[in-house]
Design a protein around this ligand. Structure first.
Ligand code: FEO
Length: 166
């Protein structure tokens, strides 16, 4: 028996959001592959770590559903964007994705508040804080890429990007 009844609008939002997190993992994998193909191995490693993080986010969300007696439903994962002109576009794309994700997280929280679903509210508070960090590293990456204006400084940035953004 489930330990609590999850209101239907919250189930809908949690289902949508955990699938979005899997789509984000797929999209970060695409960024990692683009970076590896262009010999930005530090960026590739960073985005590979993000792929793992997004999978962990999906797991937190679907485990919440499972713990409350709801069967998570996987949807199709859309093909991610894979073509970029340069690293600046890659970093800008990461920020766009995280901004969209923040909207999705907020939508889950709003549904949980409207339904007075306290367990889901507490779960989503962790994600709201996480999104502040996620958008912060994106902004820092954009700034650092913009500041790297010669081949030497780009190579130096690539060597240290994982450390800078950890
Ligand atoms: Fe699941 Fe990048 O936030």
């Amino acid at each position: 028996m489930p330990i609590s009844i999850v209101p239907a609008p919250v189930v809908t939002e949690l289902q949508r959001q955990f699938n979005y997190e899997f789509a984000a993992a797929h999209a970060y994998q695409a960024l990692s592959l683009w970076c590896a193909a262009h010999n930005f191995n530090g960026f590739a490693e960073f985005f590979s770590k993000q792929t793992s993080e997004e999978r962990e986010h999906a797991e937190k969300l679907y485990k919440h559903l499972l713990d409350r007696g709801v069967t998570p439903v996987l949807t199709a994962v859309p093909a991610p964007k894979q073509e970029f002109a340069n690293l600046a576009q890659v970093a800008a794309h990461a920020l766009q994705m995280e901004q969209a994700n923040t909207k999705g997280i907020n939508a889950v929280y709003e549904a949980a508040v409207a339904a007075k679903d306290y367990p889901a509210q507490i779960l989503m508070q962790w994600f709201i804080s996480e999104q502040v960090e996620e958008e912060a590293w994106c902004a820092q990456m954009i700034d650092r890429v913009a500041a790297a204006t010669c081949a030497g400084s780009v190579a130096e940035l690539d060597r240290h990007i994982v450390k800078y953004l950890e």
